[in-house]
Design a protein around this ligand. Structure first.
Ligand code: CP
Length: 308
């Protein structure tokens, strides 16, 4: 068992193991000596074919805290610009004996194709509109840290769910862990398969805000949207942007989450993003612990696979 490709095929026990491991590794991040020799002599290669700030940096920080050697391949400076195929790139990198590939790619399924062709572990760091498993795991860790549990909580996901790999991974993860998920978006920003997902669906934010323990706000992903009947940024902000006025309808102890990057003033107002309900930077901090756990568990082959 070697790869983390998605949350959909993980069991609740596997998710629990990853979250428990991350929780214990989080302690290392709080101590003065931040480095442990767990992955000394191991090599992690980051292959990011889409932009990233949080995921790429936190995988790198996580690997270094476990004493692994890390290398980053940037598309613009790799030989892919000379016409080398992605698969040939992987074969050549594999010949150098890496232990883990961390892959982000705009095409859904790319990490799965690579995983089938390499003996190294492959971690999906976001593939097209399909999945972003490490993001969902850090989101679940953050909710568990703040609320002590996932089971029975009402999680409201608001925004561009149709184009969101974060939403897909969270829907699978949260529902497997016993949370109730509600999706709220204009019809054109809901996925075609929404009716077959284990979720409730709403188009009116003010009717679903009051029941939420957690509100997960998503960015409008212009880079993936086509030319359909989409709301303007202004319209979107009026009806679905989370601001202080709308937040008055929410519970006093509601948690506000956002995977980043944020478009302030569109899906979330600055005062809500930086306000007392926001756990957005806790999510980022937990990202390091979750990615340390994934690297540790996969290199030691303790997590069953997540293929498909
Ligand atoms: N949440 C997330 O994936 O952020 P980045 O695109 O900056 O990695």
């Amino acid at each position: 068992r070697k790869d983390l490709l998605g949350i959909r095929d993980l069991s609740s026990e596997e998710i629990q193991t990853i979250l428990d491991t991350a929780e214990s590794l989080r302690e290392i991040n709080l101590r003065e000596i931040k480095k442990v020799p767990t992955l000394r002599g191991k090599t992690v290669v980051h292959l990011f074919y889409e932009p990233s700030t949080r995921t790429r940096t936190s995988f790198d920080v996580a690997a270094k805290r476990l004493s692994a050697d890390t290398y980053s391949i940037a598309t613009s400076t790799s030989s892919m610009v000379k016409g080398e195929t992605f698969l040939d790139t992987i074969k050549n990198l594999e010949a150098m004996g890496p232990d883990v590939f961390v892959i982000r790619h705009s095409a859904s399924g790319t990490p799965h194709r690579i995983a089938a062709r390499t003996s190294a572990s492959v971690i999906n760091a976001g593939d097209g509109m399909h999945e972003h498993p490490s993001q969902a795991l850090l989101d679940m860790l953050t909710i568990r840290q703040k609320r002590g549990r996932l089971e029975g909580l009402n999680v409201l996901i608001v925004g561009d769910i149709a184009h969101s790999r974060v939403a897909r991974s969270n829907i699978w993860g949260l529902t497997k862990m016993g949370a109730h998920v509600t999706l709220c978006a204009p019809p054109t920003l809901l996925p075609a398969e929404a009716a077959s997902l284990p979720v409730r669906v709403s188009h009116q934010l003010d009717t679903v805000l009051g029941a939420a323990d957690v509100i997960m706000v998503l960015r409008l992903q212009k880079e993936r949207q086509g030319q359909g009947l989409l709301p303007s940024l202004r319209e979107y902000a009026v009806f679905y942007g989370l601001d202080r006025k709308k937040l008055e309808k929410a519970r006093d102890d509601v948690l506000i989450m956002h995977p980043g990057p944020m478009n302030r003033g569109v899906e979330i107002s600055p005062d809500v993003a930086d306000g007392p309900h926001s756990v957005i930077l806790d999510q980022v901090a937990n990202g390091v612990a979750v990615r340390m756990a994934l690297l540790y568990l996969l290199v030691h082959r303790e997590v069953p696979p997540v293929r498909g």
